[in-house]
Each structure stands twice: as structure tokens, then as C-alpha cells.
Design a protein. Structure first.
Length: 252
């Protein structure tokens, strides 16, 4: 698998709402940094895989905690998730590969099974993009955090993914959709690197938003698959100390 697959972990952010000077990648869950949880899961998937870790804010601190036995790519400016993936392109393309799996550092409880399911579906269907999605029974209790954090997956009458809508752009009807996008993606590598420069700067946020690459694929009528994750807790991406405390409690 390691000769076909590149894994990119986006770990360049500050995590301002955590009220810590540390990069968000080093926020602690059950005594271990978020990023180390993800790296350990990737090791379970295949020990030979060396993921590319995109670093930026306090990059030296991440290297200090993890050590130098990892592949790092530098995001020189904080210009959004799309720019972070662009920053990994040169490093990723040093060796040929067929699939690019993109994860975020704030997905500490993502499981080996979820990664295997997404990769297997991607290979089986020969999709351009395979999304990991989360199906929410309701937006109550701790699940309220999923309501406004994530975009919605819109499917057509045949069950195929029709579009992905960012929460801020959803209609009242779309807000009630129970399938959300926790930002776990597998890509056809050639297609991704040929199209990533088509992402345009978002004029409101002054960022390159990686979710725009999904809309580019829709516009090209590419095959986009969606695989629901098995454990809803894997979708939780704590943005604050309060949300982190909730996740700690839930996974006890």
C-alpha cells in the first residue's frame, strides 16, 4: 500500500480557541498530542507509510515533540487548508503515487478501520474523490458541536453525492441533513495535483479553502464517493478546551 499511497496531515494551524500558545497539533487528548494519535493510527494501518506533515505555526515545537524521523512540509503563510495541501505538493511528488489521503490534525480519534474503508472504496470504485462522512442521528447533547462545524453532504435520488454545502451557505432545509463532512478525503493523485491550483482565494476569508476542490470535481462531473464512518466520535474535532473535555469524557 505504501508505494501507492501518500498521506498528508494538515498540522500548521494555531488552534487559537484552545487558549494555548502551542500549535493545535500538540493539544493533548488522553495524555498524548492530537498529532501523535493520528500518527499511531497510520502506523497501525501500515508501518511502512511515512506521512507528510504540513507544519507552519511554531514548526520547531512540533519537530521538538515528534523528532526528525518524519517527513515535514512547510506552509510558510497561514493561507488556509487549500494552501496547506499546495505546500505539500513538491514533497509528495518526490515519489510516484496513485492516491492522496488528506487528514487534519484535529482528528485524533480517527480509526484504522475508517482509513481502510475509505481507501478500499476509493480503489474499488476508481473514484476521483472519496469522502469520509458522518451520519448524525440528531443535533442534540454533545452532537450539537457537529451542527455548525461541518458542511452537509447532499445526495440525489439514487443516493449518489450531488454536492457538498458549507454550513454558512446551507438553506434551512439543508441544515436538517444528517450526513456531514468531517474533512477526511482520498483523491486520485494525478487529478488532485492537476487541479489544486484552480482553487481561488476566498475574498471574505483571504484563504484558499480546500473544500473548494470538491466543487471543482463536481463541476467536472467526476465520480465522487462517500463512505460513512462507523463511529460518530471520530468526527469530533475539538476547537476549544470545552469541546476537548467533552471528547475526553466520551471516549473513557
Amino acid at each position: 500500500m505504501e508505494d501507492k499511497l501518500k498521506i498528508i496531515i494538515l498540522a500548521a494551524g494555531k488552534g487559537t480557541r484552545m487558549k494555548s500558545d502551542e500549535p493545535k497539533a500538540l493539544a493533548i487528548l488522553k495524555g498524548k498530542p492530537f498529532l501523535k494519535h493520528i500518527l499511531d493510527t497510520i502506523k497501525e494501518l501500515d508501518q511502512r507509510i511515512k506521512p507528510i506533515i504540513v507544519i507552519g505555526y511554531k514548526k520547531e515545537r512540533i519537530k521538538e515533540v515528534l523528532g526528525n524521523n518524519y517527513i515535514y512540509a512547510l506552509q510558510k503563510e497561514q493561507l488556509g487548508t487549500g494552501h496547506a495541501v499546495m505546500s505539500a505538493r513538491k514533497t509528495a511528488n518526490e515519489k510516484p503515487h496513485e492516491i492522496v489521503l488528506v487528514l487534519s490534525t484535529d482528528q485524533p480519534v480517527i480509526s484504522k478501520q475508517t482509513l481502510e474503508n475509505i481507501i478500499a472504496t476509493h480503489l474499488e470504485t476508481r473514484a476521483t474523490i472519496t469522502l469520509g462522512t458522518a451520519i448524525v442521528p440528531d443535533y442534540e447533547d454533545w452532537r450539537i458541536a457537529l451542527y455548525s462545524h461541518f458542511g452537509r453532504i447532499v445526495r440525489d435520488t439514487n443516493g449518489k453525492v450531488k454536492k457538498l454545502v458549507e454550513f454558512k451557505n446551507t438553506t434551512d432545509e439543508e441544515k436538517t441533513i444528517k450526513e456531514v463532512n468531517p474533512a477526511i478525503y482520498a483523491f486520485d493523485a494525478k487529478w488532485l495535483w492537476n487541479n489544486i491550483d484552480k482553487i481561488e482565494m476566498n475574498p471574505v476569508r483571504n484563504e484558499y479553502l480546500f473544500t473548494d476542490i470538491i466543487n471543482i470535481a463536481f463541476a467536472q462531473n467526476k465520480n465522487i464517493e462517500a463512505v460513512p464512518i462507523t463511529n460518530l466520535l471520530e468526527a469530533l474535532q475539538p476547537n476549544s478546551q470545552e469541546e476537548l473535555a467533552i471528547l475526553e469524557k466520551l471516549i473513557q
